[in-house]
Unconditional design. Sequence first.
Length: 137
Amino acid sequence: MAKEFSLRGKNSEELKSISIEEFARLLTSRERRSLKRGMTDQQKKLLEKIRKNPAKFHKTHIRNMIILPEMIGKKFGVYKGGAAGGDKSSKWVTLDVTPHMLGFRLGDFAIPVKRVQHSAPGIGASKSTKHASMKTT
């Protein structure tokens, strides 16, 4: 049997029915303070788009948006950065919001930094630097 999700003793159905102020009291201090100060204009516009078209896939650059209970079950395209340096990977990460993501930010699930992969040694390098990782000091 799967364990039912709860956040500070409230299940996902109860969380969907509470206000943003009540939800903020359940979060960590950073997110609580952020919601207490109020959302930015961009965040408010995104929330209105979600409320108007709940079934639509929403693409957004707003990585600092805190995931609220009304976002559960929605799909987002979160921007993770440009294709710099000939990067062929996608600029957008598809994010399907689950109850376990509540209180986190959208950008937490779209990591912009990719793993460094080195190729051959650069111009002017000596022949021995090709095998530098094999040397011991």
